[in-house]
Design a protein around this ligand. Structure first.
Ligand code: FES
Length: 106
């Protein structure tokens, strides 16, 4: 399991153990963490699972694919470490990952 800290826009933290192989989005949705809508269910087709990866983790989570980049254009308030959380697959290497949610997903 990988421990992931999800931080809501207002600073409220949720620390969850997520199974490797699940996405960061699935970890949030399955644990009822607010701030990630995931309207398309993880198909990289909605951009409502937008998150900011903590700077210290940006290298480990890797870069967005071309398809993800094009969907990110539909997200609000993009930052350099913006990602779609359904496209970040959890592994043991991401144990300790910190992500932050934007103010809203629409
Ligand atoms: Fe729709 Fe991630 S859940 S793009």
């Amino acid at each position: 399991m990988a421990k992931i800290t999800y931080i809501e826009h207002d600073g409220k933290e949720h620390v969850i153990e997520v199974k490797p192989g699940q996405s960061v989005m699935e970890g949030a949705v399955k644990n009822n963490i607010p701030g990630i809508d995931a309207d398309c269910g993880g198909a990289c087709a909605c951009a409502t699972c937008h998150v900011y990866v903590d700077d210290a983790w940006a290298d480990k989570t890797g870069k967005a694919s071309v398809m993800e980049e094009s969907m990110l254009d539909f997200a609000n308030d993009l930052q350099p470490t913006s990602r779609l959380s359904c496209q970040i697959i959890v592994s043991d290497a991401l144990d300790g990952l910190i992500i932050r949610m934007p103010e809203n997903q629409h």
